[in-house]
Structures are given as structure tokens and as C-alpha cells.
Design a protein around this ligand. Structure first.
Ligand code: AMP
Ligand code: ZN
Length: 472
């Protein structure tokens, strides 16, 4: 049975959806005013792992991820960008955010993150948000004040249950709305903001305005997944107030439970500190790729710590990830490339069965990836200690097949066929290098090796002869 740590109940909870059924998953998407940073990607990669594992277990996953393309930050960014002093029309805001939406899509692809089933954008879903706010007013949960609409927190007794916050205490460091409007109570939060003169705005029963950030997610998740859905995930900074407010809005409107499982990823640190531009420890995915890191090494680093454990991102740890990944890929490559004997001892088949069981058990336990990857390394070590004659060609095929299946979850091994396909140009250079070595022209041999490396391949001189691989 799969178990997830559910933030709401504060404990591991059985995931008891019938096998093969559709899992409705909502994840909070990016606010598109800049490139997403490597911390954002810890959360997005975790959510991808969650989705892939559910699919591996035979569930169909309907994954909805919103794009926040209107809020204070996108408006400020677009206004700066277009130099709009008096007015920022909607199409200029959308032109600005489109750039970062495209960049975000490219980054998802680079990190081998599956695209969501549906990706609604806030600016295209304003009517559902207005309807939801109208329902809340009808239910006595919201009130209008000076052209804006607020949620009356005192009307929702369960407020604070997700974040375990005592509202009488000062809420420090939370991502709260900084705009100042007339509210009945300090804890009340804005659902609809009266528009400022130069901002994009929409008509509503309360006059021209725009939605608050929290109502976006309640409206879009329920529109595409229904009033009650299975999993809602995000980074830990979203627990309060964002997700707390989503619960108050959705349940306040429908009177039904909003979400069955709440999953949150811990924040990523860089060199033990919070990432910030002023400290100079702020990385985008693009920064790291420019430094020469294979994106799948970055993905491996991001998934290799458990999502609820701290992850300290350093360049040294990336180098260690490169080594770990190289060991797995080399093993996979060798097993796929080697013929194997006609009849093996059967040991490998047994080890493979054990490893598969351990991998699955670890992942079922709240996606315990360190244990799951640990099982793979133990397997590699044990198979490497078995003499080659004892491994049959069928077993080699089984290994190849199983690694493919494991990679449908991890998404880090890369395409084995890219290891196998050695371009003829590279083959020719390798043959020339062999000739040079035979005639003891080591200078020329070294030059040829360098040329092979420049094309992205490595030559390894092994006991079995020369081997060529794609470098990572
Ligand atoms: P944003 O674009 O700021 O709305 O954030 C997108 C996602 O990234 C949300 O799920 C955040 O919780 C998450 N996030 C932001 N900073 C970090 C961080 N340092 N580590 C992990 N996740 C983060
Ligand atoms: Zn959200």
C-alpha cells in the first residue's frame, strides 16, 4: 500500500484509491515574471516523481498545474519592461508573461519533467473566479469593502488547521498580501482587488478589478478536477497562507472537503543558506547548464534527497551526483551491450527480483528515494561481483528492461540508444587512434582522443579493449 505524509493530518496516510483509477492531482505552478530558479525546480521535480510513480503503479493521473500570469509581481515586471508609466494594457502584460511561460516550458523539457495534462492561466479563467467569489458572498464568507472583496476568516472555524497556526500569534515570514485595503480583521485576505488606474482589470459585480492570488488556485483546481480531488502539492512556503486560504475558499463555497492528501516539499538551500540574489547563491537552471552540467545530473541531484528532507545544493554535490549517475549508466550500458552466456546461474534473476521489490517498497513509503536508489546500487555491486559467464543473455535483457522501467519513474538515465549509437566519424577517429598507438605515435593518439572528446564521446582503454561512450 502506498503511503504519503499528509500535511493536514500531520502523519503518514494510506493512499487507498482503487488500483487503476484516475488520480486527480493539482500542483501550484510558477508565477511568470522571471526564470524559475533551482529551488522552484526541486518542487517541480518532486511533483513529477510523484506523478510518474503513481503512473508506474498503474494509476492514470490527471495533473493540473496553474500559471499565475497576473499578480503584483507580474504586473510590476511587465510595467518595468514596457516602461508603462500611465497604463499597462492586458496584452502587454500577457506579452511579457508569455516569454517566461515559454522559458518555463523549455526548462521542464530540459529537466525531463512531464507536461501537465492541463495548464490553465489565471488571466483566461477570470469568470470562474468571479463566480466563486459570488458564492462566498452568498454564503456569508466574504464581504465587499471599497471596491475590493475580502474573505471573512472568522466565518471559517477550520482556518489554521493545515498550517497548525494560532491566528492570534504574529505570522512572521509568511507570504501575505502586502497591498493595503480596508479589512474588517487583520487575518482577512483579499479575493478581488479593486483595480489601480494603470493596471489590467476585468469587469465584475464589484467594479473593475483583478483576482487575488489565492482565489486563482481554488477556482482553477475545482474547475478542472472537481470540488473534491485527491492530491494537492507545492513547496512548503505555500502551506501558509496560500493553501490555508485555498481550503477556506473552496470549502467555504462548496461545504465539501477540498483535498484528500496535501503534500509539501521542503525548501532547497544553497551552501546551507536560503537562496537569494543578494547573497549571490541564486541559480537558475540555465546558469547551471552554462557551467557545463548535464541537465539530468541536476535532476538526479534534485530527486536524490527525500522531498521532506533538507537538500543543500552545492556544486560539489552536483559533481558527486555526476559520479553516481555515471556508475548507473555505465552498468546499464555494459549489461545491454554484453552478450552474456547461454545459460546463467540464475543468481542475477533472483537479485533483480529482490531489487525490484525493494525499490517499490521504498517508493511506496512516501517516495523514499534514498532507499530506492540505495537498492539499485547494492544490486549493481552484487551483479558486478558475479563472473560474466554466470550471467545469461536473457538476464542481461531483463536488467536492461528493468532499468528502463525504473527510469520511467526516475527519469535520469537518459536514452540508452544515445549510448549505443556511435557516429561513424567517431568510430573513424577511434580506429585512427588505434593505428597511431600501434605505431607508437602517442602524440597523435592523444590528439585524436581529444578530438573524440570534443565531439562529446569518451574513450576508455579497458582489459577487454577500447570502449567508446557518450560523455555525460
Ligand atoms: P512561485 O513561482 O514562487 O509561485 O513558486 C513555484 C513553486 O516553487 C512553489 O511550489 C514554491 O513553493 C516552490 N519554491 C519556491 N522556492 C523554493 C525553494 N527554495 N525550494 C523548493 N521549492 C521552492
Ligand atoms: Zn496555488
Amino acid at each position: 500500500m502506498i503511503k504519503f505524509f499528509d500535511t493536514f493530518s500531520g502523519k503518514l496516510k494510506d493512499f487507498d484509491l482503487p488500483q487503476g483509477s484516475e488520480v486527480k492531482l493539482y500542483t501550484c505552478g510558477p508565477t511568470v515574471y522571471d526564470y524559475a530558479h533551482i529551488g522552484n525546480f526541486r518542487t517541480f521535480v518532486f511533483e513529477d516523481l510523484l506523478r510518474r510513480f503513481l503512473e508506474y503503479k498503474g494509476y492514470k493521473v490527471k495533473h493540473v498545474m496553474n500559471v499565475t500570469d497576473v499578480d503584483d509581481k507580474t504586473i510590476a515586471g511587465a510595467a518595468r519592461d514596457v516602461g508603462a508609466i500611465h497604463e499597462l494594457p492586458l496584452h502587454r502584460l500577457q506579452g511579457f508573461t508569455e516569454r517566461y511561460i515559454q522559458a518555463f516550458h523549455e526548462d521542464l523539457k530540459t529537466l525531463n519533467i512531464l507536461p501537465p495534462t492541463k495548464e490553465p492561466r489565471a488571466t483566461q479563467e477570470i469568470q470562474v473566479m468571479i463566480q466563486l467569489i459570488e458564492q462566498l458572498i452568498k454564503n456569508g464568507k466574504a464581504y465587499m469593502s471599497d471596491g475590493s472583496v475580502y474573505y471573512r476568516v472568522a466565518s471559517f472555524p477550520n482556518y489554521g488547521k493545515l498550517s497548525k497556526k494560532d491566528l492570534k500569534q504574529n505570522i512572521k515570514g509568511a507570504r501575505v498580501d502586502v497591498d493595503e485595503y480596508e479589512k474588517e480583521e487583520g487575518a482577512d485576505f483579499v479575493l478581488w482587488k479593486k483595480s489601480k488606474e494603470n493596471e489590467p482589470s476585468w469587469d465584475s459585480p464589484w467594479g473593475k478589478g483583478r483576482p487575488g492570488w489565492h482565489i486563482e488556485c481554488s477556482a482553477m483546481s475545482m474547475k478542472y478536477l472537481g470540488e473534491t480531488f485527491d492530491i494537492h502539492a507545492g513547496g512548503e512556503d505555500l502551506i501558509f497562507p496560500h493553501h490555508e486560504n485555498e481550503i477556506a475558499q473552496s470549502e467555504g463555497a462548496t461545504g465539501k472537503p477540498f483535498v484528500k492528501y496535501w503534500l509539501h516539499a521542503k525548501h532547497l538551500l544553497v551552501n546551507g543558506e536560503k537562496m537569494s540574489k543578494s547573497k549571490g547563491n541564486f541559480y537558475t537552471l540555465r546558469d547551471l547548464i552554462e557551467k557545463g552540467y548535464d541537465p539530468l545530473i541536476i535532476r538526479y541531484r534534485l530527486i536524490s534527497a527525500h522531498y521532506r528532507s533538507p537538500l543543500d545544493f552545492t556544486l560539489e554535490s552536483l559533481n558527486a551526483s555526476r559520479e553516481a549517475l555515471k556508475r548507473i549508466r555505465d552498468f546499464w550500458f555494459e549489461r545491454t551491450a554484453s552478450k552474456g552466456s547461454e545459460k546463467g546461474s540464475g543468481k542475477v534473476s533472483q537479485l533483480l527480483k529482490d531489487m525490484q521489490a525493494q525499490f517499490e517498497q521504498a517508493m511506496e513509503n512516501d517516495l523514499n528515494i534514498p532507499q530506492a536508489i540505495g537498492a539499485i546500487f547494492v544490486f549493481i555491486k552484487e551483479v558486478n561481483s558475479i563472473s560474466k559467464e554466470q550471467i545469461s543473455s536473457k538476464e542481461n535483457q531483463e536488467i536492461g528492461q528493468f532499468f528502463k522501467t525504473v527510469d520511467s519513474v526516475l527519469g535520469v538515465f537518459g536514452n540508452i540508444s544515445s549510448h549505443e549509437k556511435i557516429p561513424s566519424k567517431v568510430k573513424q577517429l577511434v580506429a585512427d587512434r588505434e593505428e597511431a598507438r600501434k605505431s607508437k605515435d602517442f602524440k597523435k593518439a592523444d590528439e585524436l582522443r581529444k578530438r573524440v572528446e570534443e565531439i562529446g564521446f569518451v574513450i576508455e582503454d579497458t582489459a577487454q579493449g577500447v570502449q567508446v561512450k557518450k560523455s555525460i
